[in-house]
Design a binder for this molecule. Structure first.
Ligand code: PLP
Length: 364
């Protein structure tokens, strides 16, 4: 079986260093908010090109904390793509604000920037862009609208560590960005972890308190804060993996380029490469197929594991029953046709050719 993403094999590449990192934390006797978290924050900020990185518990908390620190809540609206992973939308709901769904374009599967302006109201406070599947959003129009209407631009960068837009890395394209280091992400921890990047000094200061009970100084609380800290052990693991992120992204890009060049089957619609100046990191490689169930079964019978990102659009989830009767046709089409091929940085050339050959042999 060619697995979709072999996380064990990815981490096995760094087995010795990961074990040394764990030993270092165990021996230090200091398990929360210590040197590893601080060092990782500096290293990840340097990598993204931002002034600040604030380590947090996971990607959902990262997005939620950004909204809270910008005092976005009850009565406010936040624009978000209708086809994102549910966490982007949950973050908005959790602070009491209203998610305003905007349709993606079929070609990019990212928010269609031309559809944003008509959804802006006097209550709109922010645009939450999602670089879905590791493909970078066309930011120029989003940033223009943000300036025109005085909105915050928040990036959900959970699937796009290291991707670039006009030479700048994701995480450094708006006012603040949320990252997830869930084990399957391009930069994955060995448990839950996340981070926020920003160039906004005041926001960074607030976030550092918010994640730690609203406190800058022990036992002094200026906010009603949370416990949303990045774990010291996970920070130590992330420091081992960060220097290898670039190489792993290069490998993903290589696989994507080969798929784009050699998959030639009229039944399979390949993803389009962004027209703007971007460098994608291919968190997943999605193709669109009309009779998806049949295609997935065909690949499975031939020993190729695939995953659906995602089977149910947010507006049809039970949790959002208030939206169940609404129609977002582009999003619905994407959710019904999309399927992700194996794209693991440890995938061999032989496995890659096997995927290409089998996909090309599919006859519907
Ligand atoms: C994974 C993911 C998140 C949430 O990250 P967690 O660390 O799992 O909370 C948010 N947004 C997107 C687009 C994601 O893929």
């Amino acid at each position: 079986m060619i697995s979709f993403l072999d996380i064990k094999k990815i981490n096995n590449q760094y087995e010795e260093e990961l074990k040394q990192a764990a030993a270092r934390v165990i021996d230090s006797g200091w398990y929360i908010s210590g040197e590893e978290v601080e060092a990782f924050e500096q290293e990840f900020a340097a990598y993204c090109g931002t002034k600040h990185c604030i380590g947090v518990s996971n990607g959902l908390d990262a997005l939620k904390l950004i909204l809270q620190a910008y005092e976005i809540g009850e009565g406010d609206e936040v624009i978000v793509p209708s086809n994102t992973y549910i966490a982007s939308i949950l973050a908005i709901s959790q602070v009491g604000a209203t998610p305003i769904l905007v349709e993606p374009s079929l070609e990019t599967c990212n928010i269609n920037p031309m559809l944003i302006e008509e959804k802006i109201s006097p209550n709109t406070k922010a645009i939450l862009v999602v670089h879905l599947y590791g493909r970078v959003v066309e930011m120029s129009h989003v940033l223009e609208l943000a300036t025109k209407y005085n909105l915050k631009v928040i990036e959900d960068a959970a699937q796009a560590h290291g991707a670039k837009y006009n030479e700048k890395r994701v995480g450094n394209l708006g006012d603040a960005a949320g990252f997830s280091f869930y084990p399957g992400k391009n930069l994955g921890a060995l448990g839950d972890a996340g981070a926020i990047t920003t160039n906004d000094d005041a926001l960074a200061e607030t976030l550092r308190a918010y994640r730690n009970y609203g406190s800058h100084k022990k036992y002094e609380n200026i906010y009603k804060g949370f416990n949303h800290r990045l774990d010291e052990m996970q920070a130590a693991f992330l420091r081992v993996k960060l220097p290898n992120l670039e190489q792993e992204n290069i490998m993903r890009r290589h696989l994507a380029e080969m798929y784009l060049e050699y998959i030639k089957n009229p039944l399979i619609k390949l993803p389009s490469i962004p027209q703007h100046k971007a460098e994608c990191v291919w968190h997943v490689f999605t193709v669109r197929v009309e009779n998806r169930g049949k295609f997935q079964q065909f690949l499975s019978d031939k020993g190729i594991q695939t995953i659906i990102h995602y089977p149910i659009p947010p507006h049809q989830q039970v949790a959002y029953s208030e939206w169940n009767k609404l129609s977002y046709p582009k999003s619905e089409q994407i959710h019904s046709e999309i399927i992700s091929l194996p794209i693991s940085p440890v995938q061999s050339e032989e496995e890659m050719w096997k995927v290409i050959k089998i996909v090309n042999s599919y006859e519907g």
